[in-house]
Ligand binder design. Structure first.
Ligand SMILES: [Fe+2]
Length: 339
């Protein structure tokens, strides 16, 4: 790794001035909403490459945000990692994130960055449909999210509750593209058609594979997590709304922001650089089964039908647009989309 090389060179020649600023930082505290086991390999690699100890606090994004706000006058965390951009954007608007323009962030498409550098997306998750191959033949599959209100799918569709941020972002995407009224009608149509709301996306992937539901509305990496657990299970993946009139399939992101007033700002910036760099980003993408947002990183599951950015029709919404609509989505649909 380049930075390790610089570090070693610096030490070897006694050129302490050549050391990156974060080389002196000994710790970085990460507040992460991501599943710990999926993000660990990348954080461990950072620790190994830099000698900076990574302390990880994992919790739900909303809980971490409340904590960051409470600790405002004496921040305990350094980096916030969210499972969509929504919570990061809320924190940014409250002035709780410190802008940072990582050179590596230039590689990330603009729609996946806060314009003021408050947060940056690290990897992408695509809102797909998964299906049970024994219950639904390929030719009968829905082509659009909007097909799921058809009586043909009555009682056969499952989604995770809004306890999963990506359920909120998904409805925000529909609202951005089709408007509030159409989204309300759609959600009502789904409920009238017997939509099953499960606790989380893990339950969705398992229930679909067991054959309790034909279709699951979920994120692409749950398809890969399911195949990892059960390589011969009858689960398939499909990208909805791909036709000429389709709205496209939304992409969300794991998002990193540096907490304002962080005690270890140099280490925090070093970690963001690392997670956007080739080695760190590859580990992150592989560990989480996400898709890369920067060029040159392989797409996990490409051999199993997973598509990278540019290989499918992506919904035309920015992460900021989604974040704008999420509070409205929570208010409108929170009371209904409960398990
Ligand atoms: Fe998830």
């Amino acid at each position: 790794m380049k930075r390790t090389a610089i570090l070693l060179l610096g030490l070897g020649l006694g050129l302490s001035a050549a050391l990156p600023a974060w080389a002196s930082a000994s710790e970085v505290i990460v507040y992460s909403a991501r599943k710990e086991e999926l993000i660990r390999p990348a954080l461990d690699a950072f620790q190994k490459a830099t000698g900076i100890k990574v302390t990880l606090l994992s919790a739900k994004a909303g809980d971490l945000a409340r904590r960051i706000e409470m600790e405002k006058s004496d921040p305990k965390g350094d980096v916030f990692l969210g499972t969509t951009a929504g919570i990061a954007e809320l924190l940014r608007r409250k002035g709780l994130l410190a802008p940072y323009f990582s050179a590596a962030a230039q590689e990330v498409p603009e729609e996946f960055r806060a314009p003021d550098g408050g947060w940056v997306a690290l990897t992408g998750r695509v809102r797909v449909l998964i299906y049970n191959r024994t219950l639904a033949a390929e030719r009968d599959l829905p082509r659009s999210y909007f097909d799921l209100t058809d009586p043909k799918w009555k009682g056969k569709v499952a989604v995770a509750s809004m306890g999963e941020r990506t359920t909120v972002s998904w409805l925000a995407a529909l609202m951005a593209l089709r408007g509030e009224e159409a989204t309300r009608r759609y959600v009502k149509g789904l409920r009238d058609n017997g939509l099953k709301v499960l606790n989380n996306n893990t339950e969705v992937r398992k229930a679909v594979t067991r054959g309790e539901y034909a279709i699951g509305i979920t994120n692409h990496y749950y398809y890969l997590l399911q195949l990892q657990e059960d390589p011969h299970g009858p689960v398939g993946i499909l990208y909805p709304d791909q036709g000429p009139d389709g709205i496209g399939t939304p992409v969300f992101s794991i998002t990193a922001g540096i907490i304002k007033g962080a005690k270890h700002p140099d280490a925090a910036r070093g970690l963001v650089d690392f997670l956007l760099g080739a080695q760190g980003n590859r580990l992150l993408v592989q560990g989480e089964f996400e898709i890369p947002l920067i060029a040159g990183i392989p797409v996990p599951g490409e051999d199993k039908g997973v598509k990278g950015l540019g290989q499918f029709k992506k919904a035309r919404v920015t992460q900021v647009q989604l974040a704008d609509l999420e509070p409205r989505v929570e208010k409108l649909f929170g009371p209904f989309l409960i398990p």
